[in-house]
Design a protein around this ligand. Structure first.
Ligand SMILES: Cc1cc2nc3c(=O)[nH]c(=O)nc-3n(C[C@H](O)[C@H](O)[C@H](O)COP(=O)(O)O)c2cc1C
Length: 173
C-alpha cells in the first residue's frame, strides 16, 4: 500500500550522498544507509522491489520516461526528484542515474547517486513540475513534454543538454 502523502519534509544534508542500485527492471538491488533512513523502509521491505515504491505523486511521468529512454540508450541522466517516504513525508534530491557495465561491456546495473537540491533549484523546479503534473492529469505526457521543452529553451537548451541545465539550476543559475 502506498503511503498517503503529507507535507512533512525530510532534510537532506549537504554531506548526504544517497545511493541505490537497480536491475534491468528498476528493482532495488542495493541501497546505502542514508537511503533507508530517508525512505523510512527497512531493507527487507524494499530490496528486490521496484524503485517506483518511493515515487511521489507530484512527480511528472515525463521525467521518468526521459530517464528510462536515456538509460536504455546507455546515457546517464541528472534529474530533480521528489521522493515519497514510508511515513508519507518527502525529500527532494538531484539524482544522477548511470548505467554500470561489466568489464566485457555487458549490463551490470543502474546506479543512482542523489544529492541535496539547492533552495534556488527548489524554487524553479517545484512550480515547473506542478504545471507539468497538472498538464498530465488532463492531457498525459503529450501535454507535459512541450512545457518541459519550453522551459529548457528559455534556458538556451533542449532535451539534448538536459543534464547540464539541471546541474546549473542546482548551482543557482
Ligand atoms: C537506479 C534507479 C534509481 C531510481 N530511483 C528512483 C527514485 O529515487 N524515485 C523514483 O520515483 N523513481 C526512481 N527510479 C525510476 C523508477 O524505476 C520508475 O520509473 C519511477 O518511479 C516511475 O514509476 P512508474 O514508471 O511505475 O510510473 C529509479 C530508477 C533506477 C533505474
Amino acid at each position: 500500500m502506498q503511503p498517503i502523502p503529507t507535507d512533512l519534509e525530510h532534510e537532506v544534508r549537504d554531506i548526504d550522498i544517497i545511493v541505490s542500485k537497480g536491475n534491468e527492471a528498476g528493482d532495488i538491488t542495493y541501497a546505502n544507509p542514508i537511503f533507508w533512513k530517508l525512505s523510512g523502509y527497512t531493507q527487507g521491505e524494499l530490496l528486490d522491489k521496484p524503485h517506483a515504491i518511493i515515487r511521489h505523486p507530484d512527480m511528472p511521468s515525463i521525467i521518468f520516461k526521459f530517464l528510462w529512454d536515456n538509460l536504455k540508450a546507455g546515457k546517464d541522466v541528472k534529474a530533480f526528484v521528489k521522493n515519497l517516504s514510508k511515513d508519507g513525508g518527502y525529500y527532494w534530491v538531484l539524482a544522477h542515474v548511470k548505467v554500470a557495465t561489466n568489464p566485457d561491456g555487458s549490463f551490470r546495473n543502474y546506479v543512482s547517486t542523489r544529492r541535496k537540491m539547492s533552495p534556488h533549484a527548489r524554487e524553479v523546479i517545484e512550480p515547473l513540475y506542478k504545471r507539468m503534473r497538472e498538464a498530465e492529469q488532463s492531457g498525459g505526457m503529450e501535454a507535459s513534454l512541450p512545457i518541459l521543452e519550453e522551459f529548457l529553451k528559455e534556458r538556451g537548451g533542449s532535451l539534448e543538454n538536459f543534464n547540464e541545465i539541471m546541474e546549473s539550476i542546482n548551482k543557482g543559475h
